[in-house]
Design a protein around this ligand. Structure first.
Ligand code: NAD
Length: 490
């Protein structure tokens, strides 16, 4: 491992995400030697008045499960420094800048700085602008990189405004927009499978593929996030970002190299071919849902912090089209929602049936040929299943589906980094492949905004699906109309 020297500055250091995901991820990088153990420090900021000791206790607690010894956790935590800081108070940034320069010297970090904003999105722009205005960015040849959490805006206009605010302090190539789905092993494996196998890439087109289905299902409801979620909804929370990113990776052309600029170029080309619907097309091709009650489970409108006349969607299904040569007439069906039958993410690539079923006519076979399906299980297991048609044992030529399965082993699982660990590592290396660029984010908003506008205008008939099901009937009808069905449906 090449160790990188760096000073981190984390905004939102007392927050939930920092404790649950960020500290354990940075700790793993430290353990594996990806951050230079002698030349790394982190300044955490938050509203609370914590001492360095309190902060370090929190760090030790959040990494202890992964630590080889208490000593190791403590030695890691000794690199952490805390500053109480109100991000809206410009003067506080002067103190931060001085502190950063001091630690930069103390740890000899070569002026490499990574700023991570893990706060409510309305602060992203303020923080970025103040960092530059108060000289918190290094200017001695080291790198300055900004990692920001989701959501990136709530529509095209607000995203553009935010992007312009960031742009005053950071260039596009210094901005790392987190989409943690891009850090998932099986999402990255899509690229490996496609571009590493002529067997697959050779049939990855409208001649052989009938349709592609992407499902991001959650078993839980809104939990404590209701306040935020009700102002957002599934379209903004899951479709505009994660789902469209997954579609892009499935639909993109082959990059000329695996460098971030080359991959991004192809992703953007794919997104530019994604059809932005008219209002009528939205009504035909997109379905929204909100969960009702089921036994002890309250309906969405009676969850804590949700208005009882809320028309926020907790479910979205839709048909997405890429208007280019490869994908002409191949629909990409997507669905995501809360309170579904289980928690999982999967991609089903449905291939066309043979043009002629020679078995049926000639051999009097009673079984029908099925579509071949390549299923990539993204969560909670990493697994690939290829469903083929094979011969049923015995006399005659009856057919039956057979499955070729690859499941990630426990050993592989143990060394697979969590998305946040992988993404922070990428940012340290300056590799933006698995982050969302502005061109991608903005195009995805253009697509989602039209849907949002129609839904804000039309009155929905909510609630319309039962907790524990796979969503509203209209989501099944969406495919039935095309003579198709969801591969997973229970
Ligand atoms: P949180 O509410 O737990 O933490 C917020 C942090 O911001 C705290 O450290 C708080 O001190 C700080 N803060 C708030 N106002 C401040 C101010 N005026 N000045 C200085 N500091 C201030 O939030 P979280 O759950 O950690 O989420 C952080 C970000 O990550 C959000 O953008 C959220 O959308 C995103 N996110 C969170 C999760 C998650 O699982 N929690 C998942 C994905 C994305």
């Amino acid at each position: 491992a090449t160790a990188t020297r760096a000073l981190f500055m984390l905004f939102g250091a007392t927050g939930d995400l920092a404790k649950r995901k960020l500290y354990p991820s940075i700790f793993n990088l430290y353990k594996k030697g990806y951050v230079d153990n002698d030349h790394f420090a982190l300044i955490g900021t938050g509203r609370r008045e914590w001492s360095d000791e309190t902060f370090r206790d929190v760090i030790v607690e959040s990494v202890s499960a992964n630590a080889d010894s208490e000593e190791q956790a403590k030695s890691f935590a000794s690199h952490f420094y805390y500053m109480a800081h109100d991000v809206t108070n410009p003067e506080h940034y002067d103190a931060l800048s001085d502190y950063a320069n001091k630690l930069d010297q103390q740890y000899d970090t070569n002026g490499n700085r990574i700023f991570y904003i893990s706060m409510a999105p309305n602060f992203f722009g303020t923080v970025a602008q103040n960092l530059k205005a108060h000289k918190c960015l290094s200017d001695n040849g080291g790198f300055n990189r900004l990692i920001i959490e989701k959501p990136f805006g709530r529509d095209y206009d607000s995203a553009e405004e935010l992007n312009n605010a960031l742009g005053k302090s950071f260039n596009e190539n210094q901005v790392y927009r987190i989409d943690h789905y891009l850090g998932k092993e099986m999402v990255q494996n899509v690229l490996a499978l496609r571009f590493g196998n002529p067997l697959i890439e050779g049939i990855w087109n409208n001649e052989y593929i009938d349709n592609i289905q992407v499902t991001l299902a959650e078993k839980l409801g809104v939990e404590e996030r209701a306040g935020y979620y009700d102002g957002s909804g599934a379209l903004r929370d899951m479709v505009q970002n994660h789902t469209i990113q997954m579609l892009t990776i499935l639909a993109m052309e082959d990059p000329i190299s695996f460098k971030d600029v080359d991959i991004r170029r192809e992703k953007i080309r794919a997104l530019r071919s994604m059809r932005v619907y008219t209002e009528d097309e939205v009504r035909q091709n997109f379905v929204r849902g909100q969960y009702g009650a089921n036994g002890d489970q309250l309906d969405y409108r009676h969850e804590d912090n949700v208005p009882n006349d809320s028309i926020t969607e907790t479910y979205v299904a839709g048909k997405v089209l890429f208007e280019n040569k490869r994908w002409k007439n191949v629909p990409f069906y997507i669905r995501t929602g809360k309170m579904l039958s289980d928690k999982f993410t999967r991609i089903d690539v449905v291939f066309k049936k043979p043009l002629i079923d020679v078995f049926a006519a000639a051999n009097g076979s009673e079984s029908e040929l099925n579509n071949n399906v390549l299923t990539l299980f993204v969560d909670p297991v990493n697994k690939i299943i290829l469903r083929l048609n094979g011969k049923k044992a015995g006399q005659g030529m009856d057919m039956q589906p057979i499955e070729l399965t690859h499941t990630q082993s426990d050993e592989e699982k143990a060394i697979t980094p969590e998305p946040y660990e992988r993404l922070i590592h990428d940012a340290i290396l300056g590799n933006a492949t698995n982050f969302a660029s502005w061109d991608e984010v903005s195009r995805a908003w253009e697509f989602a905004d039209v849907i949002r506008q129609v839904w804000d205008k039309d009155q929905p008939n909510f609630p319309n699906y039962t907790p524990g099901s796979m969503g509203p009937d209209a989501a099944d009808e969406l495919l039935e109309r095309d003579g198709r069905a969801w591969v997973f449906n229970s």
